[in-house]
Design a protein around this ligand. Structure first.
Ligand code: HEM
Length: 433
């Protein structure tokens, strides 16, 4: 059984109330199999949400795709009202970056919505410059929400228009079961209807002459490091004062000033593995918690499963999702479950993958449960702060939960039917802190 958080159902309720009126919601919520009050941080069977959608469609005489798209648009506004406005505005500098970071956004939200089974998104740019959006979900039939949200995102965050067409819809067999995979073709135009080039963030707001020079520097076979070194950099600074931090071409040392020991101490949970998944190198603390990693012929899939993104454990699949955040989990039967969260980096010259990660932890309780201490995390690892901050946040959420419950109970006592039905969430979503 899959479940959805009350946040989604509350959003559906507020859509119906706002767009079609209280009476429509009263009619809808009195139908069998539907209910009228939802708690933000409580999970409800997916069937309830799907019934709500089906019933709303037949009551309003609209098709599911039209209704879901409308829901998507409303969802964006609902999230903003719930206090996620800044989070949405700062997610990416353009639509591609925005989509590429949606998984990270949902992963962050999973700190609060612990049972979240969020969808996953991936952008693919085709050889002829087309933009494809891949949507993966354990739920069937919700994909029309995506164009609704994306249109609102493009309009409000990037001052542009998008049109999205379903190119392909398939069911993929994953380890966890069937997964809905929908591919959208995304066309982005500016408000005047002209196609927008996916402008590199560093080029935004710069004059055309400057962009031309940057393009020349970035896209010629010219050795960039010499230009951006010493005199070249100084000359560039004179021409374009204060601008180089936007366009700086990275400087790479001739040799790595780092030895094996320092690296394994600095990144105590990292893993390097080759194309056959054979483990080549690991961080020192990971060795402590998952012994045996350096046995001869040890491969990564003997010790871990990939829980996110839901891909098969092969180097090809990992490469396909290289922009995603990867969550790996140890097998339960052998060790206490340790989850790792981090980034995959392909090292072309070595034919190896570097998994730069930290333990995935939500609270001090979880830290304790896996037998870790804060001291096991590197000093630079922000997981230290995250655990402590979230500890406080979880306590605040519990308080919000209790308040929501009390509010509903109190209002049910004082309100006559049918107003009782409308009590929850008509006054907008529960705000985050
Ligand atoms: C800060 C803003 C956001 C919040 C608070 C949020 C929160 C959530 C939550 C709580 C769920 C329910 C998941 C579950 O119970 O398993 C969900 C699902 C979903 N979210 Fe987000 N989300 C946000 C932004 C977005 C954006 C920008 C998109 C863009 C496409 C998106 C697409 C979806 C979709 C399509 C679902 C439905 C579930 C599915 O397809 O399997 N969300 N979101």
């Amino acid at each position: 059984m899959t479940v959805l958080y009350g946040f989604i159902n509350s959003c559906l309720q507020s859509l119906v109330v706002e767009k079609f009126g209280h009476d429509t919601w009263v009619k809808l919520s009195s139908l069998p199999g539907v209910q009228d009050t939802f708690m933000t941080y409580t999970v409800y069977d997916d069937i309830l949400t799907l019934s709500l959608v089906t019933e709303a469609c037949s009551l309003l005489d609209v098709s599911a795709d039209v209704f879901l798209k409308l829901f998507g648009e409303h969802f964006f506004q609902f999230c903003k009202q719930a206090g996620y406005d800044t989070m949405l505005r700062t997610l990416g500098g353009n639509l591609i970056e925005f989509i590429e970071n949606l998984d990270a956004l949902h992963s962050y939200l999973a700190l609060s919505y612990q049972e979240m089974n969020a969808p996953s998104f991936r952008v693919e740019m085709t050889g002829d410059g087309k933009m494809l959006l891949h949507y993966y979900s354990d739920r069937k039939g919700l994909h029309h929400i995506v164009p609704g949200i994306m249109e609102a995102v493009a309009r409000e965050l990037f001052d542009s228009k998008v049109t999205m067409v379903v190119l392909n819809q398939s069911e993929e067999d994953e380890r966890t079961g069937k997964k809905e995979h929908v591919v959208f073709l995304v066309k982005q135009t500016n408000q005047a209807g002209k196609p927008t080039d996916q402008v590199v963030p560093s080029q935004r707001g710069l004059d055309p002459g400057y962009i031309e020079l940057v393009n020349y520097v970035e896209y010629t076979v010219y050795d960039k490091s010499s230009l951006f070194n010493g005199d070249g950099m100084a000359a560039f600074d004179l021409l374009f004062p204060g601008s180089h931090q936007c366009t700086l071409s990275p400087f790479y040392p001739d040799k790595l000033w780092m030895d094996e020991k320092a690296f394994c101490n600095a990144f105590p949970f990292h893993i390097v593995f080759d194309e056959d998944l054979k483990i080549r190198q690991t961080g020192v603390n990971l060795q402590k918690f998952v012994p045996g990693l350096h046995a001869r012929h040890a491969t990564l899939d003997q010790y871990f499963i990939i829980t996110h993104p839901q891909v098969t454990f092969t180097i090809e699949s990992i490469k396909k999702f290289i922009n995603s955040q990867f969550v790996l989990k140890t097998f339960k039967d052998k060790y206490s479950t340790l989850k790792l969260r981090g980034q995959m980096l392909w090292i072309d010259s070595l034919g190896c993958m570097l998994y730069l990660c930290s333990p995935k932890l939500r609270s001090l309780q979880e830290l304790q449960d896996v037998g870790l201490h804060l001291a096991d995390l590197a000093q630079h690892d922000v997981t230290r702060d995250l655990v402590l901050l979230n500890q406080q946040r979880l306590a605040e959420m519990e308080l919000t939960n209790q308040l929501e419950r009390k509010k509903v109970e109190h209002q049910l006592q004082v309100q006559p039917e049918p107003e009782q039905r409308l009590i929850r969430n008509c006054d907008g979503p529960a705000k985050i802190d």
